[in-house]
Design a protein. Structure first.
Length: 201
């Protein structure tokens, strides 16, 4: 969202119900959409750990702001830089956990050189940039392939997750699930989060 008030409302509505929240930062360059700024997070009270998903070109420009905002984890897109190691080092030196996100067309093997430094890999289940898209079925194959490559890795799937497909995504080997529409388009946020949790391993 590009609306700070909406972001505050969403964070407050899941407070105490989830361990982590993910906030997408978009620059209208890597993806055709914009969002709140990282600095906006400083003024929002919440109980969950915050992971910032940088859907931006030149992600290294945002790391200092993430640190200043008290972010726990920073995820950047593999496709947005040629200096993956530099960005990873910058995140970890700033005292935050580092993750890499992969767009649906990117082969999961690209993360292999960085596995020792990564806390997580985020696989996009949709084309990055807009909420509410349908889940791309081939994502299940990407999860299985990545799980073979890195048996102990924390694998998160982001996009297109619903009450109907979350069990299959979990069974394919995912550990984390970024869910937006299925939660916030429901009148009972607490109930739908509980239902989602029941369906995963």
């Amino acid at each position: 969202t590009s609306d700070v008030a909406e972001l505050r409302f969403k964070l407050e509505s899941v407070s105490g119900l989830v361990e982590w929240v993910q906030v997408d930062i978009m620059d209208n360059d890597f993806v055709p959409n914009t969002s709140v700024a990282v600095s906006d997070l400083k003024d929002i009270a919440h109980q969950s750990k915050v992971s910032v998903h940088l859907m931006v070109k030149q992600p290294q420009r945002y790391i200092d702001d993430c640190q200043a905002a008290g972010v726990t984890s920073v995820i950047f897109h593999y496709e947005t830089t040629d200096d993956h190691q530099q960005v990873l080092d910058q995140i970890t030196k700033a005292g935050m956990e580092a993750g890499i996100a992969l767009s649906p067309e990117t082969n999961v093997v690209v993360v292999q050189p960085f596995l020792k430094q990564l806390k997580s890999v985020v696989l996009l289940g949709v084309t990055p940039g807009f909420s509410g898209q349908r889940f791309i079925p081939e994502t299940l194959d990407h999860i299985k392939e990545l799980r073979k490559l890195a048996p102990d890795l924390f694998i998160t799937v982001d996009g297109g997750i619903t009450l109907e497909n979350i069990a299959g995504i979990s069974n394919a080997g995912a550990n984390g699930f970024v869910v937006s529409n299925a939660i916030f388009k429901n009148n009972d946020v607490k109930k739908v989060i509980e239902e989602l949790k029941k369906k995963v391993n």
